[in-house]
Ligand binder design. Structure first.
Ligand SMILES: Cc1ncc(COP(=O)(O)O)c(C=O)c1O
Length: 463
C-alpha cells in the first residue's frame, strides 16, 4: 500500500475523520447561513406527513392518548420522533445524531473532490473500516467485504455457489423471508432441494433447535443457512454449536447474522464459519446501508460480488482477487461504510464497559419488557432467557394465525401506531403458525415504554 495511505490510516484509526482533514490541510466548506436543506416531497407524501403530525396533535389535544412514557437518559443522543414510542430497533436500527453528522461529513468530503476521493483515498478509508470491524469481530480484515446489507450478503454467497442437482440446502422455518426467497430461487435454478426444518415456538431451549436442525442433515446437505437471531421469533440460536457441528460434518454454513454485530459477541476466526453476513445499521447503530460479508480464506475463490467490476481484471499485485473484486463494485456512496470506525468508538463510549455492557443492558431491558407484557397479557414466556439477545417475540393471546399475509400490514400494528404512537412489529407467520409481536430494546428505551405497550395491548385485545 502507498506509504501516504498507511500514514493516513494510522491517524484515522485513532481519530476518525477530522485529523485526516487537517493532515491534508483540508477543511469542510462553510455552509452559508441561508442554506436550507432541499427536501422534495411529492404531494401525497406531504399530505400523509401532515396527517400524521396532526393526528398526534389531536390525540394529545383531546387527551385520548395515554400519557407518553419517558425514554432513557441516553435517548437525547438519538433524533427519534418524540411523539413515537419506538420499540422496533430490530427492523432497521437507528443511528445517533453524531453518527448521522459523521456520515454527512464523509459525503461532504466526497463531493469536495470526487476524483481524489474515489481514486486516491476510498480504498484506504474502506480498509480502515474493515480493520475496525475486524478488531471487534476477532478476524482478519482481509477476509471482510463491506457491503450494503445482509440481504446482499446472503445473495452474494448463494448466487456465487455452484450446486449439483439433488444437493440439499437446509433452512430452518424461522428464516428471514427475503433470504429464504434467495435460497428458493437458487435451488430452483440448479435443481437443488430445499430442506425446511421446523423449529417449535414456543421452544423449551437451545438444545431443541440444535437437535431439530442436525436431524435435517443428510449426506446430500451441502449448505445450511443459520440465523444468529431469528427475525420473526427473535430466538438467539445456538449458532456457535450449530456452526461447529455442521461444518465438522462438511456442511458449509451461511450465517445470517443480520442481528449480529453489536447484539451478540462474534469471534469469526474462532467460529470458523464458511460465510457470515451482518448488518452494521442495526445493532451497531451505523448509518443505513452498512454491512459486512466475511468469507473464510479457503472459500474466497468461489465467491464474487453481485456486481462484477474492474477488480476481476485488475493486476493482482500483493493482494487477492477477492479483495480486488469486493473493494470496487462501481461508484457508490460509501459514506455509511466510512462511518463504521467512528460508530464503533462512539457507541462503546456511551456506556461504561463498552460493547459487552451495551449488549447486556439491552438484553436485560428486553427481558424485563417481555416479563411486563407476559404478565399483563397472561402469556407464558415462549422461550428461556438464554434464547433472547435484544429482541423478544411473543405470540399474541388472540390465538392462532391472524391470517394476514406478511406483506400486508396487520391491523393491530396500525392501531398501535396510529392510536398510541407505538412503533412495534405485529405479524402473522405461517410456520410456526401464529400472530406475533416483537419488541426490541436499545439504549434509548425505558422500561415504562413496555408498560405503555402492555396497557395499549390489553385495551385493544380486551384483556
Ligand atoms: C435475520 C435477518 N436476515 C436478513 C435481514 C435483512 O436485512 P437487510 O434488509 O438490512 O438486508 C433481516 C432484517 O431484518 C433479518 O432479520
Amino acid at each position: 500500500m502507498h506509504s501516504l495511505h498507511r500514514a493516513l490510516l494510522d491517524i484515522l484509526r485513532q481519530n476518525c475523520l477530522h485529523p485526516y482533514l487537517s493532515y491534508f490541510g483540508l477543511k469542510f466548506p462553510e455552509i452559508p447561513p441561508t442554506y436550507q436543506p432541499v427536501v422534495i416531497f411529492d404531494e401525497a407524501i406531504k399530505t400523509d406527513f401532515k396527517t400524521h403530525k396532526s393526528r398526534i396533535d389531536v390525540l394529545h389535544g383531546q387527551g385520548e392518548r395515554m400519557d407518553s412514557p419517558p425514554r432513557s437518559s441516553l435517548a437525547k443522543f438519538w433524533g427519534l420522533d418524540p411523539t413515537c414510542v419506538f420499540l422496533n430497533h430490530g427492523s432497521f436500527g437507528a443511528a445517533p445524531f453524531a453518527i448521522r453528522e459523521e456520515q454527512r461529513k464523509w459525503q461532504d468530503l466526497l463531493e469536495e473532490e470526487p476524483v481524489r476521493f474515489y481514486e486516491d483515498l476510498a480504498m484506504g478509508f474502506m480498509e480502515n473500516s474493515r480493520k475496525a470491524l475486524a478488531e471487534m469481530l476477532h478476524c482478519d480484515a482481509e477476509d471482510l467485504a463491506i457491503i450494503e446489507n445482509a440481504t446482499t450478503g446472503v445473495n452474494t454467497i448463494l448466487r456465487s455457489l455452484v450446486f449439483k442437482e439433488g444437493d440439499e440446502i437446509l433452512v430452518p422455518d424461522h428464516a428471514y423471508q427475503a433470504c429464504r426467497n434467495t435460497v428458493d430461487f437458487v435451488a430452483e435454478r440448479w435443481g437443488a432441494k430445499v430442506v425446511t426444518v421446523e423449529i417449535p415456538f414456543p421452544i423449551e431451549g437451545p438444545q431443541v433447535a440444535l437437535e431439530a436442525i442436525m436431524a435435517g442433515v443428510s449426506d446430500r446437505t451441502v449448505l445450511a443457512m443459520i440465523d444468529t437471531v431469528t427475525s420473526p421469533t427473535g430466538l438467539l440460536m445456538p449458532f456457535e454449536e450449530l456452526v461447529h457441528q455442521l461444518e465438522s460434518k462438511g456442511v458449509a454454513v451461511m450465517l445470517d447474522a443480520a442481528h449480529g454485530i453489536g447484539m451478540v459477541p462474534l469471534s469469526l476466526d474462532e467460529l470458523g464459519t464458511s460465510y457470515t453476513t451482518s448488518n452494521c445499521h442495526k445493532w451497531l447503530c451505523a448509518p443505513k446501508g452498512s454491512a459486512f460479508l466475511h468469507v473464510r480464506k479457503d472459500l474466497q475463490h468461489l465467491i464474487h460480488p453481485l456486481t462484477i467490476s474492474h477488480g476481476m481484471s485488475f493486476p493482482l499485485g500483493d493482494t487477492t482477487r477477492f479483495r480486488h473484486e469486493f473493494d470496487w463494485t462501481g461508484t457508490r456512496d460509501i459514506s455509511a461504510a466510512c462511518s463504521i470506525p467512528a460508530t464503533i468508538e462512539y457507541m462503546e463510549n456511551m456506556v461504561e464497559g463498552g460493547w459487552p455492557a451495551i449488549m447486556k443492558q439491552n438484553h436485560d431491558l428486553v427481558i424485563e419488557g417481555r416479563r411486563i407484557l407476559c404478565e399483563r397479557l397472561g402469556i407464558e414466556v415462549p422461550c428461556p432467557e438464554d434464547m433472547i439477545a435484544c429482541i423478544a417475540t411473543l405470540p399474541l393471546p388472540d390465538g392462532g394465525s391472524g391470517g394476514i399475509p406478511l406483506h400486508e400490514p396487520d391491523p393491530l400494528h396500525k392501531v398501535l401506531q396510529d392510536k398510541y404512537g407505538i412503533q412495534v412489529p405485529v405479524w402473522s407467520w405461517e410456520s410456526p403458525k401464529g400472530r406475533y409481536i416483537r419488541i426490541s430494546a436499545q439504549l434509548y428505551n425505558h422500561v415504562d415504554e413496555y408498560h405503555y405497550l402492555a396497557d395499549a395491548l390489553a385495551s385493544e385485545l380486551n384483556l
